[in-house]
Design a protein around this ligand. Structure first.
Ligand SMILES: [Zn+2]
Length: 48
């Protein structure tokens, strides 16, 4: 599987899984990618 933020391949057993409120699952290679993606989503929501 690939990181939802940077599209880097995530090795099995590593990375972070994040379940959104709508039930879809995002995978991140590092906690940093998770944080950045969540911050970006928040900004996008604010702009729209
Ligand atoms: Zn990543």
């Amino acid at each position: 599987m690939k990181c939802s933020y940077c599209s880097k391949d995530i090795e099995g057993g590593t990375g972070f899984a994040y379940v959104r409120k709508n039930g879809s699952v995002r995978y991140y290679c590092t906690g940093r990618c998770k944080k950045l993606n969540l911050v970006q989503n928040r900004k996008l929501r604010k702009e729209s």
